[in-house]
Write a protein that binds this ligand. Structure first.
Ligand SMILES: Nc1ncnc2c1ncn2[C@@H]1O[C@H](COP(=O)(O)OP(=O)(O)OP(=O)(O)O)[C@@H](O)[C@H]1O
Length: 171
């Protein structure tokens, strides 16, 4: 059974929603890393253009220490863990989710394009290797069903899988 799992993916793919569901149904704790970066001031600067914080990766790693459980963030794959889940969402649906959260149109467009280009998937596979990555499509699915897949991955009932989606039609 996986003891240290990162859940990563483009903003809006559902990491926080799904990680809370998984934590409620397992004995794993969840660390919502973006909250910690803000609350513990683990950033180097504020990016005014993007209205976001630039994480201090070394400071975050030090703060995490010997963590276990689930690490939730679009930066989670930058840190050591046993396995990684990459949540995916078709860019058109991702845009709707981000607009519902009142994100700026610039951020909506940037994230949709990044999702179409598999940016976070590629970064995660580069660091963890295909044998330790579960790519899970959340498009047109309820969060509970996605949580079922993540729990199957944690419990070894699902094989690692990469290359399950293709959003290139969006570009
Ligand atoms: N199948 C699904 N899985 C997860 N979230 C979904 C799903 N379908 C719709 N959503 C919705 O997508 C929205 C984005 O969810 P959430 O905030 O968990 O994303 P996130 O990836 O953690 O974003 P961020 O990186 O910005 O924190 C929520 O409103 C959630 O209810």
């Amino acid at each position: 059974m996986t003891r240290r799992l990162v859940i990563t993916g483009t903003p809006g793919t559902g990491k926080t929603t799904v990680s809370d569901l998984v934590a409620a149904r397992t004995d794993l704790d969840v660390i919502h890393l973006n909250d910690a970066i803000r609350e513990e001031e683990l950033f180097t600067e504020r990016d005014a253009d993007r209205d976001s914080l630039v994480a201090d990766v070394d400071a975050v790693a030090e703060w995490l220490g010997e963590w276990d459980g689930i690490l939730d963030s679009h930066l989670a794959h930058l840190f050591d863990a046993d396995e990684a889940v990459v949540l995916r969402c078709h860019p058109e649906e991702l845009k709707e989710r981000l607009r519902e959260r009142d994100e700026s149109e610039a951020k909506v467009a940037e994230n949709a394009e990044s999702e179409a280009l598999d940016v976070i998937l590629a970064e995660t596979v580069e660091r963890f290797g295909e044998e330790s990555v579960y790519e899970i499509d959340t498009t047109d699915r309820p969060p509970e069903s996605v949580a079922d897949d993540v729990i199957a991955a944690i419990e070894g009932e699902m094989d690692p899988c990469v290359g399950t989606v293709d959003f290139i039609d969006y570009l």
